[in-house]
Ligand binder design. Structure first.
Ligand SMILES: [Zn+2]
Length: 397
């Protein structure tokens, strides 16, 4: 190394608080991190690779682990997908036939369409389903709430009338209340509509009277609020989808949204809420357990958080057993090829297998090995108990 180069290296090392080591490495003090481009090869010693590293996009190590695989293409017990988003399938008999074929293949007996449909569109989708012999008893619809105009006179009366009409037409619940409530919805006066705005309470109470569960999605994974740097678990997703970033100057914080949601849930104890995506606390099951203990009126749904369930097989198993009466299966985005990953996590004790989207999770999954009685509750019994509008006949005893 020329003396200038050495001087620069020494300067860099001292700026970073690190010292050149014995064999081309750099020393760091306890609690310090290695400089960028280096990794800790021995306690306190950092070293740079001798080859240019692949990017996180291109690094696809082939696992050499040899272990027994139990693929589960079809659920062990008939399932209810409480977080269904069928789309074009709902507009024609051919689409519904395709949907029935897909559901048969993966073992979903009933899909709950959580698409917020109302009025004429709701009646049209119900009629199309009713006219389809294979889907008549296998699809149910949630209806939506229109949050425009909250705070203006008559808003709650209008929405309650719409809910009553939807119930009369055949809807079985409300949802999915989207993350727009809290993040983007505005009141009639232009201010942000808080999730716990008391003006919404009459509608939550009407849901209880109608025996409508309320399926609600609040916020997003907490990492979406954090700086997009090399410590962010969702770096790749945030880099791929800029609309998933929630900069503090434009949006309420994650904790603010959680506080509003929890205040609303606590205040409406007579209403049954199904909290989508395990409330975005599947990465913090102690927090979710505390919430479940405090709020007997909530259940949670597992859609799109499989990466958190499957990375903690022992803690997740314990949580599912403890709260077995209050967890519902749901998938979210309707991709038939992705359901078998859920069955495999819930039903097997397989080790270290791939998740279906590498931008959600850089890690592998493990089976949580649920007993049959718990599987049945998560797959269908809990949904049947809270949703009188789902046909109760024909399920395993
Ligand atoms: Zn959804």
């Amino acid at each position: 190394m020329c003396s200038l180069g050495f001087a620069l290296f020494a300067l860099f090392a001292s700026v970073a608080g690190a010292q050149p080591g014995m064999s081309g490495g750099v020393r760091i003090e306890p609690g310090q991190e290695c400089p960028p481009g280096m990794t800790e090869v021995r306690p306190g010693t950092c070293q740079a690779p001798t080859l240019p590293p692949p990017s996180i996009l291109d690094y696809r190590p082939r696992s050499t682990l040899v272990t027994t695989e139990h693929l589960v293409p079809k659920a062990k017990f008939p399932a209810i997908d409480y977080h269904g988003h069928p789309t074009t399938q709902l507009s024609s008999a051919e689409g519904l036939t395709q949907l029935a074929d897909d559901l048969d293949r993966i073992g979903v007996r009933v899909i709950v369409a959580a698409n917020n449909v109302r009025g004429e569109e709701l009646r049209r989708q119900l009629a199309t389903a009713q006219a389809h012999p294979r889907m008549r008893d296998r699809i149910r619809f949630l209806t939506g709430i229109d949050f425009t105009g909250v705070g203006a006179p008559g808003w709650a009366e209008r929405e309650i009338a719409a809910l009553e009409a939807a119930a009369a037409a055949g809807a079985v619940g409300i949802g999915e209340i989207g993350k727009g409530l809290g993040l983007t919805s505005r009141k009639a006066d232009g201010t942000r509509l808080r999730i716990d705005d008391p003006a919404l309470d009459p509608v939550w109470q009407a849901a209880a009277r109608l025996r409508f569960p309320v399926f609600i999605h609040t916020a997003d994974p907490q990492e979406f609020w954090r700086p997009i740097d090399n410590t962010n678990e969702r770096w790749l997703e945030l880099a791929l989808f800029p609309s998933r970033r929630y900069p503090a100057e434009l949006f309420p914080s994650f904790e603010q949204l959680m506080a509003e949601r929890d205040a609303m849930l606590r205040r409406n104890r007579g209403t049954t809420f199904v909290v989508a995506h395990m409330g975005w606390h599947a990465n913090d099951l102690p927090r979710l357990a505390k919430m479940m203990d405090e709020m007997p009126n909530i259940l949670v749904e597992v859609g799109a958080v499989l990466y958190d369930i499957g990375r903690q097989p022992r803690a997740a198993h314990e949580f599912f057993v403890r709260y077995q009466d209050r967890i519902l299966f749901g998938k979210d985005s309707f991709q038939p090829a992705e359901y078998p990953y859920y069955w495999r996590v819930f039903e097997t004790r397989d080790d270290y297998f791939d998740y279906y989207r590498d931008y959600h999770a850089t890690w592998k999954l493990y089976g949580i090995d649920l007993p049959d009685a718990v599987l049945q509750k998560v797959y269908f019994r809990n949904a049947l108990r809270i949703t009188p509008g789902i046909p109760p006949q024909g399920w395993p005893r």
